[in-house]
Write a protein of this length. Structure first.
Length: 99
């Protein structure tokens, strides 16, 4: 099944509902930096995301340094942002509301 990239207007419209997520200059990925109280909170957050990423078969590019987690989402199958990235970002945001 082909995965279609979102148009630039679609990307901007959908990002309105994802505070803190920014469109990269290339418009082919979105990213956000999360800051937690400590390493344990950051790692727990990443662990929750990892389980969802496996279920969705859509894995983020990310890094972690102590209490900081930086996440970049792009759909490699279309080398751009697709609805899968928006869905993943929405799921990630839902974890913040539970902590």
């Amino acid at each position: 099944m082909a995965i279609n990239p979102l148009s630039r207007p679609e990307k901007k419209k959908l990002l309105v509902n994802l505070p803190g997520w920014a469109l990269e200059e290339s418009s082919k990925a979105i990213r956000k930096i999360f800051i937690f109280a400590d390493f344990n909170q950051a790692w727990a957050f990443m662990s929750r995301i990892a389980l969802v990423a496996e279920q969705m078969n859509h894995h983020p590019e990310w890094s972690n340094v102590y209490n900081k987690v930086e996440i970049r989402l792009t759909t490699h199958d279309c080398n751009d942002i697709s609805i899968r990235d928006i869905e993943m970002a929405t799921r990630i945001e839902s974890f913040l509301k539970k902590t």
